[in-house]
Design a protein around this ligand. Sequence first.
Ligand code: IFM
Length: 768
Amino acid sequence: MKNLWEISTTEFAGGKESLMRRGNVYQLANGYMGYRGTLDEFGPDESVGITLAGIFDRVGSAWREPVNAPNGGFTRVSLDGTDLSVLSGKVAQHRQTLSFSPAVFERETVFSLRAKTLTIRSSRFLSADTPNLGVIEFSVYCDKAANVTIRTGIDCNIWDLNGPHLLQLAAEKQGEVLLVQGLTSENSKRVLVAEVIDLNFGVEAHESKDDRTLRVISWRAEAGKIYTFHKYFAVVTDNDLVGKPIQSAAVKMVLRAKALGYAVCLKKHRAEWAKKWERCDVEIEGDDEAQLALRYSIFQLLMVAPVAGSANSIPARALSGQVYKGAIFWDTEMFMFPFFLHTYPEKAVELMRYRIKTLDGARRKAQTEGPGYRGAFYAWESQETGDDACTYFNIGDPFTGRDLRTHFRDKQVHISGDVAIALWEYFKLTGDDSLLLEGGAEVILECARFYYSYAYFKKEKGRYEILDVIGPDEYHECVNNNAFTSMVAKETFVIANAAVEHLRKKHPAALRALVKKIGISRELADFREAARLLYVPAPDPKTGVIEQFDGYLKLREATVEELKAKMVHPNEYLGAGQGLAVPTKVIKQADVVMMLNLFKTRYSAKIKQANWKYYEPRTEHGSSLSACAYALVAAEFGDLEFAYKYFLKTAKIDLEAKYKVYVGTVFMGGSHPAANGGAWMTAVLGFGGVQADEKRVVINPRLCAKWKTFQFNLAYKGDGFRIKITENSVTITSPTTNVRRHKILVAGSKTVCAPGASVTVKYRPTKH
Ligand code: IFM
């Protein structure tokens, strides 16, 4: 039977492209850092990367990006004087596995050389218990006696896209601990790696060569004997709250891990992962392919969820490298956040704290992006300060090598509303208003203030309009009345008003303090008016189609295939002024359909279907965010076959590695956490039909034919449920630890679920 808790391969890929993809698929992360799925002996040419969350650097005028740490996991073995690597061609067998529970990467490679074999087995994890820590078990075994040398330590040859970021890299040995430290070039932040091993064979010497600080262990290996040592490395930076000086903290951390030993470190790591899975796993009986892909997606999200107290968020390419500047996009709020909100609200809080932390950056952006903008205009590509890392010329033209003007930074204004919506969803579904008091309400009001300054009041029509924007479809820039953007802006006003009302009732002193702090009182009436009078394109009364923006329907008809056939360069960008899609109706990704999903209770199934049918054939799905939006809406109006196809496409995006690696000249390879979130949403919110608001949870199952049972957990208002759906029943189990009775509407039947109770409701399955 297939193990649905791991992925593995026996291929040992060579070539830049496959090493890159393999590194993404097999990566490990623990919220603090990511470690690409590369092998022990690899270096920068094979894209080894230990990418750190929340610490960024800029070299000269190149893109600012996250910092990669020196590789404390490096180990290379030689057999009778020959260095071994899977890329050296002496490989008899290879297998590598990524286990989801707990998050452990293992490899076993048998090298065959001059009638001898040497087997390397290694197993590594990034501790879920101590986020700065990585732990590796490394074993060597020879079938015949041989001279073996292991070089293990810290490799300071760092793979950077726009580096080098660490200056004055210096190595030293403190007792048994190897240490490397460097300073980021922009802000002189220290990044430090400490490493220690336990060893009970061979003789250890020290070598500093080729930018590596290494232990050299040489010995005569006996035939058939397994030689094992353990390696503990810690990465610490000036950003960390680890106690000062950070050097001692790092040394202590690795020595403590060594004293505990590999088995204990693994046990603690395993225990943390067991808790994560207990809360977040989704079980699908009857469809192994979907089960594995969905679990892999959930695993990716859990691995990159920010460390408690860090107020970090999740970049668009997670911690799989420096791609996309390690920046946080709307991907987080719109695609990843729902998973955390419904299963692991503590992590949802962290994501929102990041937006609170970066509010000043959003304020700065509003002021500088002008004219006359006020409030919070969140960065399209946000790093640690909230200032925008997105450039005005953000895509390289493969023909000329010049950068193309794009308006992602200055016109993709829906970002602020995406943040406000997520904050409000958190409050609605958890009932916890502490985040609002911690700064969330301030964020919401500042976002509303931004939209008010951005909106244009059209006197002759008696309405506000949001003009000159880019919606999610980035191929059509600077358009007026983009339905998605206008709806999000309108909702921001609604939320701002509701937040004020909530504070007025429950926390009047906090409201007074906030009004005073940001000097907003007069504008509150404007927000109420804007919530009423902001124009959002409505469905056409005859066709039901919502025009994506003013004039969209008059654009030239074209098919995606037709445009692709016209492409002269494989990486040619279809938007940005001259792009092939610009004069046509071809869109990059779900836009109107994204809106129909986000505001699903406000549109009928008929409208959803009409728009889906209109826009889907015109959508390139050039972004990994697109397929899940179409899948979710298709599930709602009952096209389960299509929904399933796009669900799988989303859930398997990294596993199958079918995505664009270049857009224009910009390298985009990396993992796709938004698609991972989209896969979870399609499964639970789409097929499970879960829809929760502040009043109740609704479950309208629309199970795929293959799925015999479908089980998942839901967090709601501080409590949690286990939901089991079969083709004709829904069972809700409320643990005894729940505090309240909850109203749940299952396929139209009102159900009340009390703590400790289990309720089963029958329903009639959707025909498909
Ligand atoms: O945020 C997305 C955007 O919608 C499309 N291009 C890629 C970005 C990062 O994933």
